[in-house]
Design a protein around this ligand. Structure first.
Ligand code: XUL
Ligand code: MN
Length: 378
C-alpha cells in the first residue's frame, strides 16, 4: 500500500540538509564536509527523486566561470546517471558577512546590488539545472535595531528587488516561477516577511503577482506560534503554494529544523492530509537537519526516516478517510449544515448540543496515529 501510493509523489531534499555538518552557535561541526555531488548521489540512492539547492551549495562563491561550468556539467551528469531532478534553486544571501545588515534590504545600496547579482547568477544556475522554481529565503532581510531602518522602506526595497527578479526571470521565458519563503526570525531578531499571510499580502503589491508564490516551512510557522497546516492552507487557497518545506519544530523556539516526524505528529498529519486530499502536485521537500549527534552514516538514516514518516502519515490519512466511523461522524457533522435553512430562525441559545461528536472524532485521529485502530475498526 505504501509503495503503490508513492509512485505519484516526489520526495525532495535541500542539498544543504545532508551537507549540514551539525554546527550550532555554541559548538563546532560534528560531521566532515559532504561534497555536493556525493549529496546528489546519496539522496538518489536513499529514495529521493529530487533536490533543491542554493547555487552556492554546488558552486562556491568566487568561482570562475569555467569552474562554475565544470561543476554544473558534473552535477548534470550525476543527475542523468541517477535520475534525480532539481526542483528548486535559491541563493545563499546570508552566509557572507557583507549581508549581516540584509541582502535586498541592506542600508548600503552596493550590498543590495550585490544581493541582486547573487540572485541573478543563481537564477542562471537554476536554469542550467532545469529548476522550475527559484525560491528566496532572505534570511538577513530583517533587523535587530529598529531605529536603523523604517520597515516601510524595507518593504519597498524588497518590492523593488522582487520586481526586478521577476522581470529578469520572465525575460528568460522558460516557465521558471519565483517564490518567497517566510520566516519570523533567525538569524535576524525579526524578519520582515514573517509568515505566509505577510508574503501573500506582499505579493499582491508586486508588478507580476501571478508569477510569484510562497514556500511555507512547517518549522517557520511553528516558530511564529502558528498552525503549520493553516499556513499551508492559506497558500493553497490563494493558489500560491509553489513549494513546501517539511520538517518539525517545537513552537516558539529557535529554528530547530527537526526531521519530519520529529515533533508535533498531529500537525504533520494535518499538513499531509491537506497536501494529499487537495492532490497538490508539487514535490514533498524536506528541509531539516540531521541531529547534531548524527555521524556521516546516520545522515542517510535521516533521509530515509523523513521519507518514511511522510509515507506513513499519508497512509494514516487514507485510513482516516476510509474509516467507517470517521465517515459516519463527518456525515453527521455535514448534516447539521444541510439542515440549515436560511429562512429558519436562529437556533435558540443553549439548544445546540452536538459538539460531543468532536470528542470522538479527535480521539479517532489519535487512535489512528497511534496505530491502535486497525484499518478502520475500533
Ligand atoms: C532557513 C531555511 C532555508 C531555506 C533555503 O531556515 O529554511 O534553508 O529553505 O534558503
Ligand atoms: Mn526552508
Amino acid at each position: 500500500m505504501l509503495g503503490g501510493e508513492t509512485a505519484q509523489r516526489r520526495f525532495s531534499f535541500g542539498l544543504w540538509t545532508v551537507m549540514n555538518r551539525g554546527a550550532d552557535p555554541f559548538g563546532a561541526p560534528t560531521r566532515s564536509p559532504l561534497d555536493p555531488l556525493q549529496a546528489i548521489s546519496g539522496l538518489a540512492a536513499h529514495g529521493a527523486h529530487a533536490f533543491e539547492l542554493h547555487a552556492e551549495d554546488l558552486i562556491p562563491p568566487g568561482s570562475s566561470l569555467p569552474e562554475r561550468d565544470r561543476l554544473l556539467r558534473a552535477a548534470r551528469q550525476r543527475m542523468e546517471d541517477t535520475g534525480i531532478v532539481c526542483v528548486a534553486c535559491g541563493s545563499d544571501v546570508f552566509s557572507d558577512p557583507i549581508f549581516k545588515d540584509g541582502g535586498l534590504v541592506s542600508n548600503e545600496a552596493r550590498v543590495r546590488r550585490q544581493a541582486m547579482a547573487r540572485y541573478m547568477a543563481a537564477i542562471e544556475v537554476g536554469h542550467l539545472l532545469g529548476a522550475p522554481l527559484f525560491n528566496i529565503w532572505g534570511g538577513r532581510d530583517g533587523a535587530e535595531v529598529d531605529a536603523s531602518r523604517s520597515p516601510i522602506d524595507a518593504l519597498k526595497r524588497l518590492r523593488d528587488g522582487f520586481n526586478e527578479l521577476a522581470e529578469y526571470i520572465a525575460r528568460q521565458s522558460d516557465g521558471m516561477r519565483l517564490s518567497i519563503e517566510p520566516k519570523p526570525n533567525e538569524p535576524r531578531g525579526d524578519l520582515y516577511l514573517a509568515t505566509v499571510g505577510h508574503v501573500l499580502a506582499f505579493i499582491a503589491t508586486l508588478d507580476r503577482p501571478e508569477h510569484v508564490g510562497v514556500v511555507p516551512e512547517l518549522a517557520h510557522a511553528a516558530m511564529a506560534g502558528l498552525h503549520p497546516a493553516y499556513e499551508v492552507a492559506h497558500a493553497l487557497y490563494a493558489g500560491k503554494l509553489f513549494g513546501v518545506h517539511l520538517n518539525a519544530q517545537r513552537p516558539l523556539r529557535f529554528d530547530q529544523d527537526l526531521r519530519f516526524g520529529g515533533a508535533n505528529l498531529k500537525d504533520s498529519f494535518f499538513v499531509v492530509q491537506l497536501l494529499e486530499e487537495e492532490n497538490w502536485p508539487g514535490p514533498r521537500s524536506f528541509d531539516a537537519h540531521p541531529y547534531r549527534t548524527t555521524d556521516e552514516q546516520g545522515v542517510w538514516e535521516f533521509v530515509k526516516g523523513c521519507i518514511r514518516a511522510y509515507q506513513i502519515l499519508a497512509e494514516k490519512v487514507r485510513q482516516f478517510r476510509e474509516d467507517p466511523e470517521v465517515q459516519e461522524l463527518l456525515h453527521q457533522i455535514r448534516q447539521w449544515d444541510e439542515m440549515a435553512d436560511p429562512h429558519e430562525a436562529a437556533a435558540p441559545e443553549g439548544s445546540v448540543r452536538r459538539v460531543f461528536l468532536y470528542e470522538r472524532l479527535d480521539h479517532l485521529v489519535f487512535e489512528i496515529l497511534m496505530g491502535t485502530r486497525s484499518s478502520g475498526r475500533g
